[in-house]
Design a protein around this ligand. Structure first.
Ligand code: URP
Ligand code: ZN
Ligand code: ZN
Length: 635
């Protein structure tokens, strides 16, 4: 049932107060809320307990799945590292044994795209490095790579801030770094980030005009610098100038609700920026990673580039793979009831259609059809790995844009749901094999960011980041049971096949029997070295490019021509009253001039004569030719 939307002022005030009241009470009643950030983490009553830490662990009888192979085998772990993967291992009594018979033993997920504790659009994402990571672990993800945002353009200030934020980590993590301005300091600091801080990727925002957006000139500088450092350039590909124009257009049309967000930044603007970034990366000859590919249009640009041999990585995010934009338009109360936040949603949805604002992210979640095409692209290798762009805000924060879609903080949740949703959407539907599932959720990310096989594999010597997955079980998603701090979930009410029953991070059992056992400070920073596999061959391509130029063309210097012509001067006929020079057979178009004389730019293949009477002041007839190398002169 569609409800009428009206906004008399008093009702507006009433609803805002009710909204704030209900969102506060709902978030406080949230069963899995973690304690506030900081020192309280890990304290009794926070809903968490310390990890089950046994230095020795055996995972017995499961099917071990790597991206390249699967087999029934046992996995023996000691001190956080996988020691042996082999069937029928025998161990002593001091080893904790987990029975995985009938289940899949897979590398923990690696999420290449998250925003924890990110200051953005006037607020800060609700999940920090503890709550976000705890949520990730409950969903089978054991490492993520977050984006450091520079402070006033400064990379060093940015990394310092993120190092502080990450102190409470409970799982392994790495950093990408955004570049938001360009000068010599930034260029120098990029090298420091790569060589001293273990960052091997830099992100350029082509959208968010007035805040994070950069120009094409900066993008070119950045691409060149990335190439020289062996760092991977990443782009948020939307045309920010055109988005700004689109936003103004919507406001002029009186469209202020969340549907205006999608309408103001259509797929064509994503495709344009994707194509532009791809072409500039090709011009510089450096690999490119396109984050959150949300539309068929952008995906096809990536497909075209890859087909032509260009090294472009395309990352769909789970929201783009499984959702469509209908929620942005839907004022129907029945959706609210699914959220089981009836009073809150009823009041807000009734007056302001607030439910839709939860789905606002950039690029927007697209119309029906895009998700299916992105799934197909993922299953056929056009797109390579799945991220989340986990950038969670609670409903109070989302409501900043209740009257103006431009103020809705952009971003949705997903860090906890990704592994389950990709399984259900891709494997359960027959679109993807189990080994490919491991590839797109873990291994490919490890390869691209140059940490394979330490991460992304169940091999002797790899970190013991492992999940035990029951394909015959199922899992439901709800804000009431998830571990993120946000009070809503864009996947609310979904139920899918497959369940992460156990998560092991760094050899510690951190999720078992639906319980988290995590402690802040236990996560490690993972340094990622430059020059990943995408860089191999870049130098050879540069060499063939240079060879293909056929330039610079070697041209004769004018002095040489002058010498030749001087030789000719001796052939000057002095006979008769009007002496002449005769030039025979000038096969190509010479432009020559007779020094101190008239200028001639004609050419002829026939003997060319001109009278010396044209010389001024009787100067010697020195002829300077403008040096066409093929000019042949003889008499
Ligand atoms: O809406 C989004 N995607 N928010 C996070 C920032 C970004 O663009 O990645
Ligand atoms: Zn982005
Ligand atoms: Zn993002």
């Amino acid at each position: 049932m569609a409800l009428p939307i009206f906004k008399p002022d008093l009702l507006h005030l009433f609803s805002i107060s009710l909204f704030l009241f209900t969102s506060v009470s709902i978030s406080h009643s949230h069963s899995n809320d973690f304690c506030e950030a900081g020192a309280l983490y890990g304290a009794a009553g926070c809903g968490i307990s310390p990890p089950l830490s046994s230095a020795k662990l055996l995972i017995k009888g499961g099917t071990v799945v790597n991206a390249h192979h699967q087999e029934v085998a046992d996995v023996y772990v000691e001190d956080g590292v996988i020691v042996t993967v082999r069937p029928n291992l025998k161990v002593g009594d001091d080893v904790q044994v987990l029975d995985a018979t009938g289940k899949l033993v897979m590398p923990g997920g690696i999420d290449p795209h998250t925003h924890l504790a990110m200051e953005f659009m006037g607020t800060e994402t609700i999940d920090d490095f503890f709550s976000g990571q705890a949520a990730a672990l409950a969903g089978g993800t054991t490492m993520h790579i977050d984006f450091v945002i520079p402070v006033n353009g400064s990379l060093t200030a940015g990394i310092e801030a993120y190092e502080r934020k990450a102190q409470k980590s409970c799982m392994d993590y790495g950093f990408h770094m955004a570049i938001t301005k360009w000068d010599e300091d930034v260029s120098r600091d990029m090298e420091i980030m790569v060589k001293e801080k273990g960052i091997n990727s830099f992100k350029f925002f082509l959208a968010y005009k007035g805040s994070l957006m950069i120009s094409d000139e900066l993008l070119l500088d950045g691409l060149k610098r990335c190439k020289s450092l062996g760092a991977l350039a990443m782009v948020h590909a939307e045309n920010g100038d055109a988005v700004f124009e689109g936003q103004n257009r919507m406001i002029e049309l009186g469209i202020t609700g969340p549907e205006g967000h999608a309408l103001s930044r259509p797929p064509v603007l994503e495709a344009e920026a994707t194509a532009r970034a791809i072409r500039l990366a090709s011009f510089v000859n450096t690999p490119l990673y396109v984050v959150h590919v949300m539309s068929i249009d952008a995906m096809e640009e990536i497909a075209k580039a890859r087909k032509s041999g260009q090294k472009v990585v395309g990352e769909p995010v789970v929201s783009g793979l499984v959702l469509d934009d209908s929620k942005l338009w839907d004022p129907d109360f029945s959706i609210a009831s699914k959220q089981e936040l009836a009073l809150y949603i009823y009041c807000c949805c009734f007056f302001f259609c607030i439910f839709a604002i939860l789905y606002v992210m950039s690029p927007p979640i697209r119309a029906l059809g895009h998700a299916k095409a992105l799934q197909a692209a993922l299953s056929t290798g056009i797109l390579q790995l799945v991220g989340t762009d986990h950038c969670a805000f609670n409903s109070t924060q989302k409501a900043f844009g209740i009257d103006d879609f431009r103020k809705i903080p952009n971003g949705v949740n997903g860090i906890e749901e990704r592994m389950h949703l990709v399984w259900d959407t891709m494997v359960e539907t027959g679109q993807m094999s189990v080994t490919d599932y491991v590839r797109v959720t873990s291994t490919e990310c490890a390869r691209i960011f140059n940490i394979y096989p330490r991460k992304g594999a169940i091999l002797a010597g790899s970190d013991a980041d492992i999940i035990i997955f029951n394909p015959n079980s199922s899992v439901g998603i709800s804000a009431r049971s998830h571990h993120s701090r946000t009070d809503t979930n864009v996947y609310e009410g979904r139920r899918g096949k497959g369940k992460v029953e156990v998560t092991i991070a760094g050899g510690r059992v951190v999720w078992i029997n639906d319980e988290l056992k995590v402690s802040p400070g236990s996560g490690k920073y993972v340094e990622m070295p430059p020059f990943n596999y995408l860089f191999s061959g870049v130098d050879k391509a540069d060499d063939s490019y240079l060879a293909s130029l056929n330039a610079p063309v070697k041209r004769s210097k004018s002095t040489r021509c002058r010498g030749e012509v001087n030789g000719l001067v001796s052939q000057v006929s002095q006979a008769g009253i009007v002496p002449e020079i005769t030039l025979h057979h000038l096969p190509l178009g010479p432009s020559f001039r007779e020094d101190g004389c008239v200028r001639r730019t004609a050419w002829t293949s026939a003997p060319f004569r001109f009278p010396l009477s044209e010389l001024r002041n009787g100067l010697p007839p020195i002829i300077a030719l403008s040096c066409h190398p093929e000019m042949v002169l003889w008499t």
